[in-house]
Design a protein around this ligand. Structure first.
Ligand SMILES: Cc1cc2nc3c(=O)[nH]c(=O)nc-3n(C[C@H](O)[C@H](O)[C@H](O)COP(=O)(O)O)c2cc1C
Length: 368
């Protein structure tokens, strides 16, 4: 167990409504790189967090309702139902969410966020929704995942709630579902799940790369090896533009234009995998294939069908830009009507003599 208990007192979060208060109770003396945020009414999620923190180093924050007298299970779970109906009726209104105690943890200290939440009526428990409604916008570009505990119901509704409340986070991998029939295997389920996540303890933003195709940018969590170190160094000098082609119904691939150190291993590449092939070719997977590859990382948070769209599956001559600058992930460039060829930084400042990097020109992102 790597937890050290500490109670933080400074209030660092302010919520968008004074009706919602948040309480801090974190469990590490150091600012770890991973934050586990959980809510638990009947202790199942609490046990999951105990097991999770046996396996990873993380700070823990418990989200608690202001009103601790509620018996959510009484009258056929009537209170739980009412809370969720209020959110459903007005999901953008802070007053729709049940009040929680103040949370005083600074999200800027963390790169990875793992939410552990119960399922209520096939949705995310209302108390956890309150926390993410207030804090979700500060989780943009964090590596995010979730463990959902239910009696038996499937968790797709909870995943949808998380995507609504934390729309900009990069998913490290699929959420883990623990229910009454597999709960006794919690330790091994978490162990296996962590392996699928590309979860790296002590992860920093330096293990992120960004892929831009047709103006859309997705983050990639890089694994730790000689190839990714060399790639990272290369991208520190300038973004790399390459042309890839669809192949085999499972990937787009093509030459990088330079070589990286190989550490090939027989691998079954999965959708989202970013792979080095033969030392100097990049493969981006939307399907699966077994071969001897060097793994570079994984595109964060896209489903298989979203990957097919993003990677332009089936097409040829696909222009792909690799970079380290997530400001390339800006979704839209607003037009002021003029297209005079002036270069602007991604912060909107005019640039007289652009060198290497990402700029806005004629309302479009350009890579020099
Ligand atoms: C208000 C409420 C609604 C629930 N709705 C469901 C449900 O629709 N399906 C289900 O499988 N479990 C449901 N449950 C059970 C919880 O998801 C499950 O017991 C979970 O493990 C509780 O986590 P906790 O002990 O950390 O609070 C509900 C529980 C509550 C309190």
């Amino acid at each position: 167990m790597k937890q050290i208990f500490l109670f933080l007192t400074a209030l660092l979060f302010t919520c968008c409504s004074s009706d919602i208060e948040m309480k801090a109770e974190t469990t590490s003396a150091n600012h770890g790189k991973t934050l586990v945020a959980y809510y638990s009414y009947t202790d199942n999620c609490r046990s999951i967090v105990t097991e999770l923190t046996n396996q990873i180093e993380a700070d823990v924050v418990e989200i608690t309702p202001v009103d601790k007298s509620q018996k959510y299970e009484e009258n056929g779970y009537a209170i739980g139902t009412a809370l969720l109906n209020a959110i459903k009726a007005n999901p953008n209104d802070a007053s729709s969410y049940p009040a929680i105690d103040p949370v005083t943890v600074s999200l800027s200290d963390y790169q990875n966020i793992i939410v552990v939440t119960p399922l209520w009526w096939s949705q995310m428990a209302a108390i956890m929704q309150t926390y993410l409604f207030g804090a979700g916008s500060q989780m943009a570009d964090k590596s995010f995942s979730m463990i959902v505990s239910s009696a038996s119901s499937g968790i797709s509704g909870v995943v949808s709630d998380a995507k609504r409340l934390v729309p900009e986070a990069s998913w490290m991998g699929d959420a883990l579902w623990i229910n009454n029939s597999n709960r006794r295997n919690t330790a091994s389920l978490i162990e296996e799940w962590l392996k699928t996540l590309n979860f790296t303890e002590g992860q920093t933003t330096t293990n992120k790369m960004y892929i831009t195709i047709d103006g859309k940018t997705q983050s990639v969590t890089l694994v730790e090896n000689a190839a990714t170190h060399a790639l990272f160094e290369k991208l520190q000098q300038a973004p790399v533009s390459i042309t890839l082609n669809s192949s085999g119904g499972f990937e787009i691939w093509g030459p990088l234009g330079f070589s990286l150190p190989e550490n090939d291993q027989q691998t079954t590449a999965q959708p989202g995998d970013v792979i080095l092939y033969n030392g100097s070719n990049l493969c981006l997977f939307y399907g699966t294939n077994s071969w001897s590859y060097t793994r570079l990382g994984k595109i964060d948070g896209l489903s298989e069908s979203e990957l097919r769209t993003f990677l332009k599956a089936g097409e040829s001559n696909i222009g792909v830009v690799l970079s380290l600058d997530n400001s390339a992930a800006i979704k839209e460039v607003k037009s002021n009507g003029s297209e005079d060829g002036t270069y602007y930084s991604v912060n909107g400042q005019r640039v007289q003599n652009p060198t290497h990097g990402i700029y806005i020109k004629n309302h479009k992102k350009v890579f020099l």
